[in-house]
Design a protein around this ligand. Structure first.
Ligand SMILES: Cc1cc2nc3c(=O)[nH]c(=O)nc-3n(C[C@H](O)[C@H](O)[C@H](O)COP(=O)(O)OP(=O)(O)OC[C@H]3O[C@@H](n4cnc5c(N)ncnc54)[C@H](O)[C@@H]3O)c2cc1C
Length: 435
């Protein structure tokens, strides 16, 4: 009964990775009538948006190109009280999702009748091998704990966030920098009195660039939503900085805990707060050090819990209820594509024929060192579809944070809505060439 190998299964399209970009690709492909398989190693959809607890969707698209999935997702999430739309005029967020409920929202969206008839989903399944024929991927071997599943398909999409399918297919990666984006191990506290904290933070911080408190009776059913932050960079006046510094003096926090501190209320909840910290180093070439970092990050989470309980009004009874099951890795590998998109293309707003998105999200690099992070405003820029086409395998597309872009351009392209737009663009492109 064990280690069974199934017979070959055939699809038009196989998408490996059911996260931010993969879900958008699967939804649009199935909607266009393409027989699609979505393969996900977790037991839920959403990737960084759900398992990584990356709550906010950064404002990025300047035109609604390939945004059908995003808006359908928002509509569907609203039915579950799992989304708020942020309406401050100078906000950097479009809104945010409830990461746990999002798992159910994505199941709902991807099993609608018109989608389900063309889409199969395999959870807890990973790609382990690839067979190549004439420069194309012919078959991929999927494995769960018990079965080996060979799948033949006309097209393949790597939406894994790490480029594992591309790597197995022998594709090249872009090796252009020794710079690293810092990662984060995000977590959620419950039993927070959000109303009391909102009053507390409003008193000490009026800078809408840092702290937003938002109440909208239609979207949020009277719940208060907020975000605030403090970092050890001196480019802004962080109202919370003095409190964080005091906690370091008191021995409650370490100085590096101050490097990046950012919190958000959770859509649809009156008592949960999501943390975009602590930061960690992923030590790409040293899995032992990376593993140590994860242990250190959990220690930091415990310190941060004790810090907010003792220094912030409203957090007195806070409880730790969720540490992200997927590490918040901002950048791992970028695949070599037919066109490698560069910082110069981005800052010059270079025009292309077949565009995936138009965006103005900033170049956004999280550095380990003080005053070295970058948040550089840009003009409106366009990403061409060729940056999503593997240069090595004719029938392989790459979407999401493995996009074919240089390090700086990637830092602007990696945000959630742009990743969804990439998935949608590729699905629509395949539908066109397949018809
Ligand atoms: C700490 C952090 C903070 C961020 N903050 C913001 C923000 O505020 N706003 C914003 O818009 N964006 C933000 N981003 C960026 C954004 O969340 C990500 O870049 C985006 O979600 C990546 O989407 P993706 O589809 O490439 O990857 P993911 O969403 O991670 O999806 C990859 C999927 O592939 C699956 N997978 C991996 N390997 C395999 C395999 N071998 N077989 C099968 N499945 C596999 C994974 O389980 C996962 O579900 C942040 C990112 C991080 C890390």
């Amino acid at each position: 009964m064990y280690n069974l190998t199934m017979n070959n299964i055939n699809y038009d399209l196989v998408i490996v990775g059911g996260g931010t970009s993969g879900c958008a690709a699967a939804y649009n492909a199935a909607k266009s009538g393409i027989k699609t398989l979505l393969v996900e190693k977790n037991n839920f959809l959403g990737g960084l948006m759900s398992g990584g607890l990356v709550v906010p969707v950064m404002k990025s698209a300047v035109e609604d190109i390939n945004t059908d999935f995003y808006f359908e997702l928002v509509e569907c999430a609203k039915k579950y009280d799992a989304q708020i739309t942020y309406k401050f005029k100078n906000t950097k967020n479009d809104g945010w999702f409830n990461p746990e409920v999002l798992k159910i929202v994505l199941d709902d969206l991807l099993t609608k009748d018109n989608i389900k008839k063309n889409l199969d989903i395999l959870f807890e399944t990973e790609v382990t091998d690839v067979e190549i024929e004439y420069n194309k991927i012919k078959t991929i071997i999927l494995k769960n704990d018990i079965l080996s599943i060979p799948v033949v398909s006309t097209y393949f999409v790597d939406a894994t966030g790490s480029g594992i399918l591309s790597s197995l297919a022998g594709c090249k990666f872009i090796d252009d920098t020794i710079q690293n984006q810092q990662s984060s191990l995000r977590f959620i506290l419950s039993n927070v009195d959000v109303k009391t904290f909102a009053k507390f933070i409003k008193k000490i911080d009026n800078d809408e660039d840092i702290t937003n408190i938002y109440r909208d009776d239609i979207d949020t059913k009277g719940l208060i939503n907020f975000t605030t932050a403090s970092t050890w960079d001196t480019n802004k006046k962080w109202a919370l900085d003095e409190i964080l510094k005091q906690a370091v003096k008191d021995g409650v926090l370490t100085d590096s805990d101050r490097s990046y501190f950012q919190i958000f209320s959770v859509a649809g909840s009156s008592n949960q707060v999501a943390f975009n910290c602590p930061r960690i180093d992923t030590y790409k070439n040293n899995p032992y050090k990376y593993s140590e970092e994860l242990i250190n990050a959990r220690k930091a989470i415990w310190r941060l819990l004790n810090f907010v309980k003792n220094y912030f009004k409203g957090f007195e009874n806070a409880e730790l209820t969720n540490i992200a099951s997927q590490t918040g890795i901002r950048e791992s590998r970028r695949v070599k594509t037919k066109y490698i998109y560069t910082k110069d293309d981005l800052i010059s707003g270079k025009k292309f024929d077949n565009i995936v998105l138009k965006s103005n999200y900033s170049i956004d690099i999280h550095s380990k060192n003080k005053n070295s992070s970058v948040l550089q405003k840009t003009v409106n820029y366009e990403l061409p579809i060729e940056s999503l086409m593997s240069i090595d395998r004719e029938n392989l597309f790459v979407i999401g944070k493995i996009v074919g872009a240089d390090f700086e351009a990637h830092s602007a392209l990696r945000v959630q809505k742009s990743c969804m737009q990439m998935g949608e663009a590729v699905a629509k492109y395949i539908a066109k060439i397949n018809s």
